[in-house]
Design a protein around this ligand. Sequence first.
Ligand SMILES: C[S@@+](CC[C@H](N)C(=O)[O-])C[C@H]1O[C@@H](n2cnc3c(N)ncnc32)[C@H](O)[C@@H]1O
Length: 243
Amino acid sequence: MKPYYDEDGVVIYHGDCLAIIGALQADVMVTDPPYGMAYRSWSGARVRGDGSVAARDAALELWHPRPAIAFGRWSVERPRGVRLRLIWDKGEWPGMGDLALPWGPSDEEIYVIGEGWSGKRMGSVYRSDRMAAQDASHPTQKPVQLLERIIERCPPGVVLDPFMGSGTTLVAAKNLGRRAVGIEIEEKYCEIAAKRCSQGVFDFSNELADNRVAQHDNEGATPQGVLLEAMGGDQCASGPEDL
Ligand SMILES: C[S@@+](CC[C@H](N)C(=O)[O-])C[C@H]1O[C@@H](n2cnc3c(N)ncnc32)[C@H](O)[C@@H]1O
């Protein structure tokens, strides 16, 4: 299959990852798949395939037994084989969730699957402010620095993100000097990801957002993250700040 983009160790495929994963050589999957929550932003933007976790689970099955990191949401069934659930603490401001409750969601889950993880032992909470809508080019774009901190503990080799969106995982991998492969079903996001990846070693489009990321890495420190166990339901749409 002809790549959409192939430069400096980053390869992007435009298409359905379920038809492509089997033909790829990579070493660790790091992905932020459709959560199965029927996401809708304030502006009405949706995420393709987000009506269920079927695509996520099918991709992980195709990938099994290789190591994987996958983002997810507390209210939706976790994937098979989760060894540890990390938390992304997204900062002070709550998302919408169930507006009848006096809490709004401000965290997401990150699942660790398979073998080969390494690095200095740290807590399970990553504190990193969510992307502000004006800095994002995808409705559920993740902060580059958050992905960098996760990829640092991944097994060596090529990083695969089969649900790459705007290419944050690829940018983070490239910043760390790692090769990466991304797949995205929406061509407009392939274009955005290719632009971001061709910007050189650092992804300047995210510098503003990343400057808001708390600098501690939780290593040897008390995690500042707050896990609100009693989150509201997700029947309400999420805002653009609720990424
Ligand atoms: C949650 S978003 C990823 C956002 C990304 N982390 C970022 O920072 O921009 C998931 C992406 O998966 C894409 N997607 C959904 N189903 C897909 C499939 N079967 N194959 C490839 N991409 C798919 C969606 O279009 C969406 O852009």
